[in-house]
Design a protein around this ligand. Sequence first.
Ligand code: 2P0
Length: 327
Amino acid sequence: MSWIACAPSNIALIKYMGKLDEERNVPLNASLSFTSHDFISRAELSVADNAAGDCWQPFDDEGVFAGIYLSEQEQSKYIKHLGFIKNHLEFSGNFILKSGNNFPKGAGIASSASSFAALTKAAVQAICELKGGVVLPVEQMAALSRIGSGSSCRSFFSPWALWNGEEVKSLSFGEFDHLSHQIIIVSDKAKKVSSSQAHRLVKTSLLYKDRVDRAETRLKQLIKALESDDWHTVFKICWAEFADMHALFATCDEPFSYISGDSVKALNAATSFWSTYGDGPIVTMDAGANVHVFWRQDQSRLQIQFSGLPELAGFKVINDGNHGNKR
Ligand code: 2P0
């Protein structure tokens, strides 16, 4: 018997950075994210016949979810989360766990969010069925998933997800519910500082003191701008927010940066595009070097113009819905 679940990635525009409770991944500030249409992770559980414990395997076929290999450390974090769910649901059997994404790992597309959400869904479905119980409601699954990876709780809600403390819910912003998400891949190297380390280190920055207030203020401003269709203000707030997070990284006790020279090239292309056309994409960066841009449906011509900019030549551009569009 096997159980399969899929979950989408999500990208925060107001960032989760800094934890109130490290064990349970309770954030210090509320965050707001846009849920991907089809950057997806898939998890499959099947009952293991031996008592050697749970184990992880990649998908071994040629399908879109194959070819993703987790490091030893990633496997053990993933299996630990399965153990946590088994323990929570009082289940003692063992599973073979397979997982993969239809997008590259370590490319700054928040594969941790989608993969932990997919695992949580598959594990809850499997255990509830094996025990003859009712599958948990989505809010409870999101809360369990959050313990494995904080940002994964937002992947249960769409098109937008608002996560505050231990609660997460869907939001909708009319025409902004159908944004086109494009990622400028300037690097596919694994990041040197993990997100969990970053959450810890930012607290040592002198800029951290008012960080929660700044994030909460921006969240209110962003929701207001999204509700009033004020795209330019949305752009300005999102830029200020990712710059704020990256400034925390650069000013903590063991300073680090995810922003490379190529990230700056992509960012400059976006700012000069806005200056030239008086319009452009929302821009953000995650805890990685790659640059995320979001477009409204009515900006499809601008999006094509942007994709063709000479400054972006040589970078791979991945589109939500059109993966691996290499230029
Ligand atoms: C976010 N990030 O809001 C922020 C912005 C990265 C940059 O949440 O330690 O993998 O598992 O709770 O969720 C990435 O951190 O960290 C993240 P843990 P997670 O998306």
